[in-house]
Design a protein around this ligand. Sequence first.
Ligand code: 4FV
Length: 240
Amino acid sequence: MRFDIITIFPEMLGGVFDFGIVRRAVESGLIEISVHDLRDYTFDRHRQVDDRPFGGGAGMILKPEPLVRAIEAIAGGPGEASTVLLSPQGRLFGQRMAEEFSRKARLVLICGRYEGVDERVIEHWIDDEVSIGDYVLSGGEIPAMVVVDAVTRLIPGALGCDESALRESFSDGLLDYPHYTRPAEYRGMKVPDVLLSGNHAEIDAWRRGRSIQKTERCRPDLIEGVNRSEDDGENQNSDL
Ligand code: 4FV
């Protein structure tokens, strides 16, 4: 999979992908990441990328010309790459959307800055507007990092372990169950016996139960979508 990122601060993305799973995915050729400076698509001596808003108002707007030149040069022909503008007006990013994006060959991520982008660019050159949450950041660079990281993890081979065994938060719409590692007793606090029992059926039931419990308590909005089986309720209170 190939990620192209268009930004007025390319150095902000320098280094962030040089660690862990994303780095390994780049080194193993699973993904390519290319960062582009929007100013490289300006021809005026001031390399201007923004201008004042028609109709007045505070702040500046990203101009159409540099953006369209960059998108047309980078995204190639129609349909070759999905163009995604990171902005608070977008669809809310989540694990489902990450899965959707992980099935694409190419993503061109456009990082907004200032008050936003000229609407004609959004209408005619943007396939998807995506928001990482209902808060206002100073730029789309951090959201672009979030998307690259979350999507890369879902590319087969990226996690470098038997992914089918790996159960991740939200993979079944539930929050994750509690995790424990050695020592089995720490400052008098014991690891739940069921996890030391070796009885994997019981361990799985306990984990699912705790996931449901945690989701009901912390994210009841998620519980609606979860299909519950009859024995989801019991043996939760063991080892609480
Ligand atoms: C944002 C978000 C976000 C808004 C103005 C950049 C900033 C500036 N992007 N999810 N939340 N973008 O706040 O994606 O252009």
